[in-house]
Design a binder for this molecule. Structure first.
Ligand SMILES: Nc1nc2c(ncn2[C@@H]2O[C@H](COP(=O)(O)OP(=O)(O)OP(=O)(O)O)[C@@H](O)[C@H]2O)c(=O)[nH]1
Ligand SMILES: [Mg+2]
Length: 546
């Protein structure tokens, strides 16, 4: 059973275009993030109960340290400014929402999505909705669209039938239009026609990110990604709607919820309503002040992120100095990264969840390999094909950790019908991070969830088949990681013969990891099994030739 499919609740329906008409309904209010997300924020920094490690700073042994951690050592004024930057209005309504999912299906022409099918895009969109507390999908409509770039996306007849269906279904409280971005004008007209709020994929994904981001760095990254929502000069300007699976032609989308906060800031500045053309005789129009405030905000967020990033890199350097090899675990969202790390480390506090983007903070977890080498597994944010560009950009700093790791493990959910497409999108996102070439060349491929695919055999040579959930194939994977980590970290396992009276044994204890000592008293020697770096072995040979 495919996990995303498991997320589709009973009662959600898949039907094609539709008829019926009813009375208009008022748009629901806009309260904040779901309770679960608020709880996560409250748990926030320094709380030990959060998933993926508490807010404590990194520990010497590397266990469960958060790479963006050490925030408790921040200057108070920095922390104050960051809190201010994180103040924001809700993006989506809280409470129970019964969503109608409308998916424009482009079957031909340049707008046709490549390498995927409408039904799988629909399943992914449904899983996104189910990730939100209290939200459910009560109906799904796959609607043919020849011209997804038109203002109203659908032809007139189709739009009328859609309107009839939505207005005739009083249980529907919101519509999720599965286009990547929607212009403000499109949103406004569709909401007027359908009588409920209409959201695009960017807003839903952003909201999920907001709710799951726990460290300050992740939350600031989300705040940065939100700026395009605020940067909309006129309600009629902005990007054209882009169905999921298409390339976004314009980087300047429009939206309005998140603007209200900024609007009130500007109104406060002028002591008047935000609609006046000039503010307090400053010669600056409302729009200019708005743009200036946004620019200021962007600069401040980038500065704050830079501060946190420097700390994170410093922690990474400290870890490297302690010589723990770092294994970055990457993969499509929901493929089982967190579950695998839990299985490899035995860390009972890790809590995998059947949700998209459950992990938004890069976290570190220590584990032992059969050679007794301790490695740090980095749990990373999952990939999603066609993730809105500004989100990818905002999170690229976090993904820097991947480029600085010693080894990349790519986890795949082989039970997913689009597993090949997911693999392609992860590998292309990985390449975009521009990691050092050798790192990219020695990616360890892990085929996960094999318990859901009876008789599964990996097609690609070298891939290790596992079930992270059931603990199948883990020993083979650990053995594979052992060799790969040692090679990547420039270490080898050697058995060296040393004299019992000489200084070699204590030198090896100091400069290498001694795994076993087999003493032969009759010969006055010992066979010492060590893990030793290439450079240390060179020095050993120089110091103790022969
Ligand atoms: N059947 C089965 N389910 C698995 C396996 N591995 C993980 N899962 C389930 O898949 C879901 C997602 O697992 P996670 O480990 O949270 O996935 P992730 O890749 O960390 O997800 P994100 O952090 O959201 O990107 C959970 O419900 C897991 O129980 C497996 O080997 N078999
Ligand atoms: Mg995870």
């Amino acid at each position: 059973m495919w996990t995303l499919r498991a997320a589709v609740r009973p009662g959600s329906r898949l039907f094609r275009v539709v008829r019926g008409c009813g009375a208009p309904r008022g748009a629901p209010p806009l309260p904040p993030c779901p309770e679960r997300a608020l709880a996560a924020f409250r748990g926030g920094l320094g709380s030990p109960e959060g998933r993926g490690g508490g807010g404590r700073g990194p520990r010497a042994d590397g266990r469960r340290s958060r790479t963006g951690g050490k925030e408790d050592e921040e200057e108070p004024e920095d922390a104050e400014e960051e809190d201010e930057l994180l103040r924001r209005d809700p993006l989506l309504p809280a409470g129970t929402q019964r969503v109608c999912l409308v998916h424009p299906d482009v079957k031909w022409g340049p707008g046709k999505p490549q390498g995927t099918r409408a039904e799988w895009q629909v399943v992914e969109a449904q899983a996104l909705v189910h990730t939100l507390d209290g939200w459910s999908v009560v109906g799904t409509m796959v609607v043919p669209s020849k011209t997804p770039d038109r203002k109203l996306i659908f032809g007139r007849g189709t739009l009328e039938r859609l309107t009839e269906r939505i207005r005739g279904s009083p249980e529907i409280t919101a519509v999720f239009l599965n286009v990547e971005r929607m212009a403000a004008a499109t949103k406004k007209e569709l909401e007027a026609a359908w009588g409920v709020q209409v959201f695009d994929r960017f807003t839903v994904v952003l909201h999920v990110f907001r709710c799951h981001a726990r460290t300050k760095e992740a939350r600031l990254q989300v705040a940065l990604a939100e700026l395009p929502l605020l940067r909309c000069p006129l309600p009629t300007q902005g990007s054209v709607p882009v169905p999921h699976g298409h390339v976004l032609p314009s980087p300047e989308p429009t939206h309005f919820h998140a603007r209200s906060h900024l609007k009130s800031d500007v109104a406060h500045l002028g002591g008047r309503g935000g609609d006046s053309r000039h503010i307090m005789g400053s010669g600056e129009s409302f729009l200019q002040v708005q743009q200036r405030l946004l620019k200021d905000k962007e600069v401040k967020i980038r500065k704050a992120l830079d501060r946190l990033r420097r700390k994170r890199l410093l922690l990474g350097q400290q870890r490297r100095r302690r010589e723990f090899p770092v294994v970055a675990v990457v993969g499509y969202t929901n493929c089982g990264k967190t579950t695998l790390i839990k299985a490899l480390t035995g860390d009972a506090t890790i809590q995998p969840r059947d949700q998209l983007f459950a992990t938004l903070d890069v976290t570190a977890h220590a584990g032992r390999l059969p050679s007794q080498v301790t490695v740090i597994y980095m749990d990373t944010i999952g990939f999603l094909s066609q993730l809105p560009h500004s989100l990818v950009e905002s999170f690229s700093a976090t993904m820097e950790d991947v480029s600085h790791s010693d080894l990349i493990v790519h986890v795949r959910d082989v039970s997913h019908p689009e597993t090949e497409l997911q693999k392609a999108s992860v590998l292309s996102a990985l390449r975009a991070l521009r990691p050092p070439r050798p790192l990219l060349d020695r990616v360890v491929e892990v085929a996960n969830k094999v318990d859901l695919v009876p008789g599964y055999r990996p097609a690609e040579p070298g891939a290790v088949a596992v079930s992270a959930l059931l603990g199948l194939g883990l020993e083979a994977l650990k053995a594979r990681l052992d060799g790969a980590v040692l090679r990547a970290a420039g270490r080898r396992v050697l058995t060296l013969r040393v004299g019992l009276t000489g200084p070699q044994l204590s030198w090896l204890h100091q400069e290498a990891t001694v795994q076993a000592v087999d003493v032969r008293p009759e010969a006055g020697v010992a066979d010492v099994k060590v893990i030793i770096s290439d450079s240390a072995y060179g020095r050993f040979r120089k110091l103790f030739p022969g």
